[in-house]
Every structure is written in structure tokens, then in C-alpha cells.
Design a protein around this ligand. Structure first.
Ligand code: ATP
Length: 347
């Protein structure tokens, strides 16, 4: 029987609660394979205790596991001297070269969306966010700060643009064969370059339809006609912002799973942050993390794991089709443990 070794990084804020829920669901779904989970301390809490949010020996140990399941990291009250928050989850993407930020957005029940049901029903798209360069590349190098001002740099390389575009076309081929490029090619030379590379890669995928939309227009179209979209690809910062907008269409951050995937390693985590104001109250929505765990099983692969992923998705779909079961973010009073138990029972 296949045994998968999983590194579990609960992290900060609501991270530990939602990860606990996901691990329980994974264990309930495991059949024909088993999971060997090992926890590591990473995040703002780890920094406060030992001075480094992502200790080098932990990073090395993570590379020895088959996959990494992460809760959420960072706390607004814990910052570096330059004023920015600790973001070891972003460091992990860069260190492990997890260039694909895969963010599926699916509406499970019309009542979850702030949009009218006739616009929202059937929302089902995937946002592909380039994870290792773009405007986030300036975090560590390329930007400048003096007492008079600060500059961040948008970095797009041919290698980085090509591989995220190719991964997005490949994903589109497994879905409705439509890919939308989201950029700002009318204003920024870096984005015009991204579009050129996209067009080159597109020539290798004549079976996939394409659109090119500016980021500002995309914010409008996502609200007006979200069902039009199948797969969309964009640079790092635009992807960060669109992820939150997209999550809002289907009920909020608690409904948005994600996977950060490279050629060798992969990290699975909800799209949301550590939401410290609701931490420890048993009210966080664990669905995003549970669906991220299902994405992990898909990525690990093999008949048993993939079938367990489908069973988890089916259980989530069944539970969320019941309008009585709603966590606080969706306007109800079902607790974190309550919805987790319902999903386990549905399994
Ligand atoms: P980050 O920058 O680290 O991604 P953020 O600033 O986008 O974090 P989040 O922590 O994701 O902020 O929270 C955004 C909002 O969504 C907050 O109001 C938070 O309480 C809510 N939220 C996030 N995750 C959940 C969840 N799992 N369940 C319920 N509400 C959530």
C-alpha cells in the first residue's frame, strides 16, 4: 500500500484550526493508501520563539516529504524592521521554485455568492498566478528605498513567463479549452513582454481558445460575467489581488483553495491569510484548506489518492448543498468542527 509522507505546517492565526480539519478529512478519506503526517513550526510564532520564521533546517527537512500542507502564516503585529510582515509562505514558493499558483474558484451554492444567482450559478474557473517573479520579485532585490522614496520593480523573464503560460495551456486542455491572459500590456513594457511570450506559447496550442484582457477590465468582467472564464493566467501581484476578488464571488476566502506547484515540490494551502481576528474561536471556514488537501491528493497521484480527492470534493459539495450548513463567513453559525464533522460523515 502506498504511504505518502506529508509535512504539515499549521502556521499562525486560524492556520492550526483549518489544518487540523483538513488532516481529519484526509485521514477519513484515505483508503488504498496511508498518510504519514509530520508537523513543523513555521511562521510569525516560530519567529517570536526562535528568531527565524522559516529555519533553514526546517526548509531542508520539508524537501524530504512527498508534499507540504500549510495553514496560514504571518501576523500583522509581527513585522521585520522595514515594516513588512513575515511571509515564509512566499519564501517557500521562491526557495522551492513553486512557479504555478493554481487557484480554483467554484461556486458550491448560489446563496454563497453576493452576485445575483443568474450571474453566479455555475462559476467554475482556475486562476493561474505566476509565483516566483513579477512585482513580488522586488521584495528582496531590484527595489530601492531611501528617505525620499521607494521603488518596486516588476520582473518578468522569458523563462518565468514561458513556463507559467505553458502550464496554463496544459491545464486549459484538461478543462473547457479556453485561456485568458490578464496583463497591463497597454502601459507596462514588462507586461507587453509577458504578452509576447504568451502569444508565442499559444501557437503551440491551436486547440485552446485565447483572450487577452487588461487587469482593470478583468476586475469588472469577473463581477459582471464570471462564468465566461475557464482558465486565466497572470503575473504574481495581479494574481494575488484577483484571487481575493475571485474568492469573494463564491463566498469569501474560506472557500478558495490553492496549490503552489513546481517541477519537484508542491505546497497546498488555502488562499487566505491567518485571519487573526477570528483565530481560536472555532468559527473559521475550513473548506478552502480541505479542498487544498484534495488538490494535494490529485498531485500525489495514483488511483487510490485521486479517487479519495474526488470523494472529498463530492462530500464538500454534498454538505454545502444543504443551506442549513453555513459557517459564519457565509452568514451561518456552523462551527469549524461542525462543518468538518459533516464532511467526514458525508465521506
Ligand atoms: P494575507 O495577506 O496573509 O493573504 P489577508 O490580508 O488577505 O491575508 P486574510 O487573513 O485572508 O487577509 O483575511 C481576509 C478576510 O477574510 C478577513 O476578514 C478574514 O477574517 C476572512 N477570512 C479569511 N480566511 C477565512 C476563513 N477560513 N474563514 C472565515 N473567514 C476568513
Amino acid at each position: 500500500m502506498k504511504r505518502f509522507s506529508i509535512a504539515v505546517l499549521p502556521g499562525d492565526g486560524i492556520g492550526p484550526e483549518v489544518v487540523r480539519a483538513a488532516v481529519e478529512v484526509l485521514e477519513a478519506a484515505a483508503s488504498g493508501f496511508s498518510l504519514d503526517c509530520r508537523e513543523y513550526s513555521v511562521g510569525a510564532g516560530e519567529y517570536l520563539e526562535n528568531g527565524n520564521p522559516l529555519p533553514p533546517e526546517t526548509l531542508e527537512a520539508l524537501k524530504g516529504h512527498d508534499a507540504i500542507l500549510l495553514g496560514a502564516m504571518g501576523l500583522p503585529s509581527v513585522r521585520w524592521p522595514n515594516g513588512v510582515e513575515m511571509t515564509p509562505q512566499i519564501d517557500l514558493r521562491e526557495e522551492l521554485d513553486l512557479f504555478q499558483g493554481v487557484r480554483p474558484i467554484r461556486l458550491f451554492h448560489p446563496s454563497h455568492s453576493p452576485l445575483k444567482p443568474e450571474i453566479a450559478e455555475g462559476i467554475d474557473f482556475v486562476l493561474m498566478r505566476e509565483n516566483c517573479e513579477g512585482l513580488f520579485a522586488a521584495r528582496k532585490k531590484g527595489g530601492s528605498r531611501t528617505p525620499e522614496g521607494a521603488t518596486d520593480v516588476m520582473r518578468i523573464t522569458r523563462h518565468g513567463a514561458e513556463r507559467i503560460c505553458r502550464a496554463s495551456f496544459e491545464l486549459a486542455r484538461t478543462r473547457r479549452r479556453h485561456l485568458t491572459l490578464v496583463d497591463k500590456a497597454n502601459v507596462l513594457p514588462s507586461m507587453a513582454f509577458f504578452r509576447e511570450v504568451f502569444d508565442e506559447v499559444a501557437r503551440g496550442y491551436p486547440d485552446v481558445g485565447t483572450d487577452r484582457v487588461y487587469i482593470d477590465a478583468m476586475a469588472l468582467f469577473l463581477v459582471q460575467d464570471p462564468r465566461h472564464f475557464d482558465v486565466m493566467v497572470t503575473e504574481n501581484m495581479f494574481g494575488d489581488i484577483l484571487s481575493d476578488l475571485a474568492a469573494g464571488l463564491v463566498g469569501g476566502m474560506g472557500m478558495a483553495p490553492s496549490a503552489d506547484i513546481g517541477d519537484r515540490y508542491a505546497v497546498f494551502q488555502p488562499s487566505h491569510g491567518s485571519a487573526p481576528t477570528i483565530a481560536g474561536k472555532n468559527v473559521a471556514n475550513p473548506v478552502a484548506t480541505i479542498l487544498s488537501a484534495a488538490m494535494m491528493l490529485d498531485w500525489l497521484g495514483g488511483e487510490a489518492a485521486v479517487s479519495a480527492a474526488r470523494r472529498i470534493e463530492a462530500a464538500v459539495t454534498k454538505v454545502l448543498s444543504n443551506p442549513e450548513i453555513l459557517t459564519a463567513d457565509l452568514g451561518g453559525s456552523t462551527t469549524t468542527t461542525g462543518i468538518t464533522d459533516a464532511i467526514k460523515a458525508a465521506l
